[in-house]
Design a protein around this ligand. Structure first.
Ligand code: AP5
Length: 217
């Protein structure tokens, strides 16, 4: 099952992708997570990407396309994958199509998660992530049992550098300008299904599963 989760920053792509990955036993491929890992490890790619990410801008297409191409070639992607945060431009979508075709594959489902701007801002400014296992939390909507400690591994939580209100507003503008055109792109390919991304995490998961129904289990 080859799935793309599309949506603005804070729409819940990462949250839903993690649940789907466990359920279907296919990997979640988050270009944001891969880039943050490279920034943390101070690799040449991470050093280059950091400036774009901190400014709320997109990292150049050539860099992210290379990351995804390398990741999709790994064995754990042979039975399917969930792309979270990629593609984000028409050029990335074209490159994805080309790389999948060359392996006899194709995108099967594109699920667009729609959330209003006010809620996106609330979600992003309250987001916290575990330093150890990467599990996501929200200070109000999905808090840990003990303040600033991960329920699963007990490590501390941190706030992403690009989750300030100012950077978030820039990220939303970038989404509208560069990523929203993919809704039409995938709609024209008859692959797009849109869902309302407000409601509980479980309700949204059920809405996604209803779309995937017929191909699940
Ligand atoms: P990336 O990491 O991909 O960030 P994003 O797309 O901006 O998405 P987010 O991770 O902010 O949100 P999400 O939709 O995953 O929401 P989440 O589930 O965490 O990219 C970061 C940067 O990397 C980019 O700005 C760019 O610079 C670069 N980059 C990455 N990919 C790139 C690409 N392809 N091309 C170029 N550059 C690229 O949820 C958010 C919060 O809400 C959490 O706290 C969560 O607990 C909470 N929440 C989730 N669901 C619900 C719910 N139903 N109700 C209430 N709260 C909820």
């Amino acid at each position: 099952m080859n799935i793309i989760l599309l949506g603005p920053p804070g729409a819940g792509k990462g949250t839903q992708a993690k649940i789907l990955a466990k359920k279907f036993k296919i990997p979640q491929i988050s270009t944001g997570d891969i880039l943050r890992g490279a920034v943390k490890d101070q690799t040449p790619m991470g050093i280059k990407a950091k400036g774009f990410m901190d400014a709320g801008a997109l990292v150049p297409d050539s860099v992210v396309v290379g990351i995804v191409e390398e990741r999709l070639a790994k064995e754990d992607c042979f039975d399917g994958f969930i792309l979270d945060g990629f593609p984000r431009t028409v050029a990335q979508a074209d490159a994805l199509k080309e790389m999948l075709v060359s392996h006899g594959k194709a995108v099967e489902h594109v699920i667009s998660v729609d959330v209003n701007k006010e809620e996106l801002l609330q979600r992003i400014t309250g987001r916290r992530t575990c330093k150890g296992c990467g599990r996501g939390y929200h200070t109000v909507f999905d808090p840990p049992r003990v303040d600033d400690k991960c329920d699963e591994c007990g490590d501390g939580l941190y706030q992403r550098d690009d989750d300030s209100e100012e950077t978030m507003r820039k990220r939303l503008d970038v989404y509208e300008e560069q990523t929203a055109p993919l809704v039409t792109y995938y709609s024209n390919e008859s692959l797009l299904r849109s869902i309302r991304g407000t409601g509980s995490i479980e309700e949204i998961q059920q809405a996604i599963l209803r779309i995937l129904e017929g191909v699940r289990e």
